[in-house]
Design a protein around this ligand. Structure first.
Ligand code: SF4
Ligand code: SF4
Length: 334
């Protein structure tokens, strides 16, 4: 991997340069929350953000996605092929996209997802954990790939890791903006990472979790929390690794239809409903427990479907804590 330095005084020129690659979307503050939206001026960015409500997943799997339009008895495919830049993506969200890749790019790949992934230029950014983050215990606190450039804060600029051919091209074409990395820069980078590693307040004990969940299917802990849970599905909608969707036809007028897919949630009673009226997960208990098995264990060979971003905790109206639930399941069993 190549490392270069972007001095602070070149930052806004660097940002302007990226506009050649397409529209830039970055984290912007709205009251007390953050969201990825189109950014024209570097001053609009909130680079020290904690987490956005919806993860960058929304650019690849959209909350509502038009697939086809029926007009005058003919179906027309809706395509969006524009290149774009996602600026300031945290390491956990980069890992979230890598988990989605395993699903959406597996043969046969999803054409919408694939083309958006190919059209995206991803600029990662270093962050400090808050009280909800537990990415370190899942190994998703540092991304080694899955980005084009990754910016690490230095006292006088940014240490830039170059992670792809496209990233190399941007650095190559704008060489005047970058400098060689010095020993002092590397020391600052190391100090930042050490400080960050010590700042985590939450961690998930993964040891033996697959076996524990195998044995704890009838745990009273699921029941206790299922009674507290409102079944709103917020935790699945904000999760960077949840990928369930439904496809439906929306009638605009008598002969005009839009076929769209939109986020679905395993917390919805209809999610497990199949033809014939059978429901695989008829109770809230079934649905609540299912989500934990999906995130931690559903397919042990595929690894965890959780990157420890803390969104499900921050945006749960019932204040249910993901790590706490799994800890209680473990405690009850041991
Ligand atoms: S389960 Fe919660 S912490 Fe894990 S990736 Fe999803 S939203 Fe983030
Ligand atoms: S966000 Fe909280 S209350 Fe809503 S479904 Fe998820 S666990 Fe239940």
């Amino acid at each position: 991997m190549r490392y270069v330095k972007l001095p602070a005084e070149n930052f806004s020129t660097f940002f302007e340069t990226l506009k050649q690659l397409g529209k830039i979307y970055g984290p912007v503050k709205h009251n007390s929350t953050y969201t990825f939206i189109q950014v024209d001026n570097v001053k609009e960015l909130s680079l020290d953000y904690t987490r956005t409500i919806l993860p960058p997943k929304k650019f690849f799997v959209k909350p509502r996605d038009e697939l086809f339009k029926l007009k005058r008895e003919k179906w027309e495919e809706v395509k969006d092929g524009e290149s774009f830049v996602l600026f300031g993506v945290h390491s956990c969200d980069i890992h979230g996209l890598k988990i989605l890749d395993k699903v959406y790019l597996r043969d046969p790949p999803d054409p919408y997802y694939k083309s958006r992934r190919e059209n995206a230029f991803i600029v990662g950014i270093s962050c400090m954990p808050d009280e909800y983050c537990f990415c370190k215990s899942l190994g998703t606190d540092f991304a080694m790939d899955g980005f084009d450039l990754f910016l690490h804060k230095l006292p006088d600029g940014w240490l830039v890791r170059v992670g792809s051919v496209k990233g190399h091209e941007v650095v190559w074409e704008n060489q005047e903006l970058f400098e060689e990395v010095t020993e002092e820069d590397l020391r600052h980078f190391k100090e930042f990472e050490e400080k960050r590693a010590k700042a985590f307040k939450r961690s998930l004990n993964k040891e033996g979790l697959a076996d524990i969940l195998d044995l704890a299917f009838n745990s009273q802990v699921w029941k206790k929390y299922a009674e507290k849970c409102l079944g709103c599905g917020n935790c699945t909608l904000v999760c960077p690794t949840c990928r369930c969707y439904e496809v439906c036809d929306n009638w605009i007028r008598a002969y005009e239809v839009v076929r769209e897919r939109r986020y679905d949630s395993c917390f919805m009673p209809t999610h497990g409903l199949v033809a014939g009226g059978h429901n695989f997960r008829p109770t809230r208990l079934d649905r609540f427990r299912h989500r934990y098995y999906c995130k931690s264990y559903f397919d042990p060979s595929a690894g965890f479907n959780c990157v420890g971003c803390g969104r499900c905790d921050e945006f749960c109206p019932a204040k249910i804590e993901h790590v706490r639930v799994l800890e209680e399941v473990r405690e009850e069993l041991l």
